[in-house]
Design a protein around this ligand. Sequence first.
Ligand code: FES
Length: 576
Amino acid sequence: MNAHKKTLGDLRSQRWFGATDLRSFGHRSRMLQMGYERADFTGKPIVGIINTWSDINPCHLHFRERVEQVKRGVWQAGGFPIELPALSLSENFVKPTTMLYRNLLAMEVEELLRQHPVDGAVLMGGCDKTTPGTVMGGISMNLPMIFLPAGPMMRGHSGGKILGSGSDVWKYWAEKEAGTITTQQWNDMEAGIARTFGTCMTMGTASTMTSIAEALGLSLPGAASIPAADADHPRMASACGRRIVEMIWEDLKPSDILDRRSVENALVVHNALAGSTNAMIHLVAMAGRAGIPIKLSEFDDFAQKVPVIANLRPSGAWLMEDFHIAGGIRALMVRLSPLLHLDARSVTGGTIGDGLAGMSVYNDDVIRPLDKPIVESGGTAILYGNLAPHGCVIKPPAADPRFLKHTGPALVFDDYDAMSAAVNDLDLDVTPDHIMVLRNAGPIGGPGMPEWGMLPIPKVLLRQGVRDMLRISDARMSGTSYGACILHVSPESAAGGPLAAVRNGDLITVDVSERRIHLHLDEAEIAARVASFVPPDRAYPRGYNRLFAQHVRQAHEGCDFDFLEGAGGIPEPEIH
Ligand code: FES
């Protein structure tokens, strides 16, 4: 445990409340106006609680209560809590895609913390982009902070079947389109798949990112796997409130915690979970804020040495509730101990290893031993070639093995609507060997790189029993998706990437074992076609979309804004 380094006079909030000038009079009188006693807020660390609650975010529906439980912890430890509402970014409802707004949330969090009299922060998030968004902002502001995950919802069920978020939606939609389940069964699933508040309960993007936040050392041990509706969750919320007050006195900041070891721990955990491909964008961006570069190829390097041991959907059989009962993220990290930097730092003030003490695995099928994994290695592959000079991503275990080495003719779509119409056409000229291509779906082209990467299989093929085919795009896909989907092609077509050169019938070869993706055209022809390609008009005249299109980085660089990368460099606000 750190020795206390700060005294009251060192606290940032004292610049607002500790002086005897006219402006401090105003600050204190306005606190009194809100009904607080002077003793409530003077002489105490002030904790900003970033709350991403909204009426239309079912994943964070409990945050109205949880924030009170965080405040309880802050009061118990002798701090003063201030709730600061931030963008909620509900994955289901925000259009065109929450990814368009992750950086806006990061900016909002950084500026909320900068502009207010706070000494440290608890960041409340969980629904996909809210973890990287809040954490990126927190890292850049570099005040003491803890990330509190929303926690997954309980298992879904319908008709006696256990249902998992996302994954079972895609699966049963395909069955509905193929005519193998009834409309009544489909409607029953709609009511049964999401039973409680909390994030998706498969190992989708939400649980991948909260697990990564914990592996980075930014959450209290075990927080990432506690179900939202479990009584452990409010206890964790209060523990975060207590701990952040200690962290403020200890002056334990993200820059004291994050280093190369933390990032490698996150890469290990990501691979052991067969985590969402979205992490390959978010972790690059989060580490970038801490000044720790990650190459896309490192995800592949770690995939070769880390077995997938979490038997969780969509790659495995179980759900997050089962994972928690099996010991959860701490138990997984105990299993991974030989591969982790146990001496990396944590918000506890100790090491990652300290946080695992006394923990063990309670179910060897949910969290497999290292020598009995779900997949021995290669949970992720990064492919390069003339179609993706800066790389693209595939999850080989989620694909039909026959597509891991495949050559086929391209079937190209320039926009999502055209593709959606075409796949419903029972006369579409397509075979199971075709390779579907969707472009104009990247960071600029989407805009915001929507989760369109699991391109729908044409109905005519579904009716023939086809359930997978090779698909390539510059889009992302949901962490709950699966199939032979090649994603994040970089650079994207709208930024002059070679995906712009592909035409119907061109042959494409994918060879995962050689990490190769190849368009069978010579370089001069590709260059000529790219030069004549007209991307969609994304020259927004004003507003956030304009800022986004002008400053977003490409997928392999984490899609952060060029002017937000790194920490520090911005002076504290003037107080007068
Ligand atoms: Fe919020 Fe999946 S929709 S976590």
